[in-house]
Each structure stands twice: as structure tokens, then as C-alpha cells.
Design a protein. Structure first.
Length: 231
């Protein structure tokens, strides 16, 4: 006897939330995403079909496998995943669950998806992101991107949020959330003024001057005490 799961026939595709890293093709003509878990080695498009990462010939989502796209029901639960150090630069995605799916307590595992909206967090310096810049890693043929401001991304391969949406296609919307305007960021901005090495050197110089003044004050204090005893 084969156990069958309850069947659902929704009138419209369910909505789910997940996080993923944006990626740009090596030639700069295509954009997509790469996951943060099991399927992270296989970049996917805005509208795409899942495949079994183990190379098996069944159709995802197979009951006896963990293949397929994954998402959660709650936006806040997905956003909380970006608190992890390795996921700080990931985008928050709102997706439509398409095709066959298996419903779990916290989310779905499913066959096809459409990414509707991608939300970028702030730049590492705290400014609101205005572009997606080379993150320094990637997959074969794909560069991983990270949210950034114009100052921090200077000199790196980058695309604006609108350019990324256009390259990804399928009506994707990309927006920025969090951070402050670049002009309001407190502290040094890379490429403008002193950077960390200069500040460290300046601090070392100030400490050396302070040590010298303290030694001079101590010497003057010893002289004053000695003169009082002799008088």
C-alpha cells in the first residue's frame, strides 16, 4: 500500500521567502541567484526548474529525496537567516511556488519558482546599497555580487539594482532596504580620506608622543621632590 500525501489545488501560486546570493555571468550579460544551502553550486534564473543535485533521474520534489527549491512561509524567518556571518550579503527573495510542491510546517519544497522581488541589505559601511558589486568569490562562469555603495564598490565589477533586474529579466523587481544615505555615514570611507592603515599609524604616533610627555612629567616631578628635600 502506497501512502499518499493530501493534495492541494490552490487558485493562485503560494508565496514563499528565501535568501540567495546574486550572481552575474562572466560576460556580464546574464544575472541570477545561487542558494545558500544544498543547491548553492547550481545558479538559477528568475524563472527556473529545479533539478536533483544528486543527479538522480526523478522529478523534484521527490518524497524520498531532499531535492527541489526550498522556501519558508514567513518573511521574517527568511530575513533572520541573514544574521549569519556567511549570509550577511545575501538578498531576501519573495518567490512564487510553481508546479508540484510538498508543504512542511515552516515552508515548501517544490519543482519550479519565479523570483518576484529581491531586497538588498545595506553596504558593509552602513550606507544604503545602490548597486551590486563583485563579492570576491563565485561559481564557474558566475561572479557572486554583494550590496554596496558607490564609494566602497569603486574599481570593482558592479551593476546598479536596475541593471541587475534588467539582466535577470522576467519582471524581477530589485530594491534596497536599510542603511543610511552615503553622505550620512560616520567614519572613513574607502578611497576618501584616511583608511585603516593610516589611522593605525596616526594612533601609534599619538601614543608615542603621549609616552614621551609622561616621561618628561615624571622627570620633572622627581626633580621637584629632590629640590625640596635638599632645601
Amino acid at each position: 500500500m502506497r501512502l499518499r500525501l493530501p493534495a492541494e489545488r490552490p487558485t493562485e501560486p503560494p508565496t514563499g521567502y528565501k535568501i540567495a546570493h546574486p550572481v552575474l555571468s562572466q560576460d556580464g550579460t546574464r544575472a541570477g541567484f545561487t542558494g545558500v544551502s544544498l543547491g548553492g553550486a547550481l545558479p538559477y534564473r528568475v524563472l527556473d526548474q529545479a533539478s536533483c543535485v544528486y543527479g538522480r533521474r526523478h522529478r523534484p520534489p521527490a518524497r524520498l529525496c531532499d531535492c527541489g527549491f526550498h522556501c519558508v512561509h514567513d518573511r521574517a524567518a527568511a530575513d533572520a537567516l541573514r544574521c549569519s556571518a556567511e549570509h550577511r550579503t545575501a538578498l531576501l527573495l519573495e518567490v512564487s511556488v510553481l508546479g508540484a510542491y510538498i508543504r512542511f510546517e515552516r515552508g515548501f519544497r517544490y519543482a519550479r519558482q519565479r523570483v518576484r522581488t529581491a531586497t538588498a541589505g545595506p553596504c558593509a559601511c552602513g550606507a544604503t546599497a545602490v548597486l551590486l558589486a563583485d563579492a570576491g568569490w563565485g561559481r564557474p562562469g558566475w561572479r557572486a555580487l554583494a550590496p554596496g555603495c558607490a564609494g566602497c564598490a569603486r574599481g570593482r565589477t558592479s551593476v546598479t539594482l536596475a541593471q541587475f533586474a534588467r539582466l535577470a529579466g522576467e519582471g524581477l523587481r530589485v530594491r534596497a532596504d536599510g542603511g543610511v544615505p552615503a553622505g550620512d555615514v560616520v567614519g572613513p570611507v574607502p578611497g576618501a580620506g584616511m583608511g585603516v592603515p593610516e589611522l593605525v599609524a596616526e594612533a601609534a604616533l599619538l601614543q608615542a608622543r603621549l609616552d614621551w610627555f609622561q616621561s618628561q612629567l615624571a622627570r620633572l616631578g622627581d626633580r621637584g621632590t629632590g629640590g625640596a628635600e635638599q632645601g
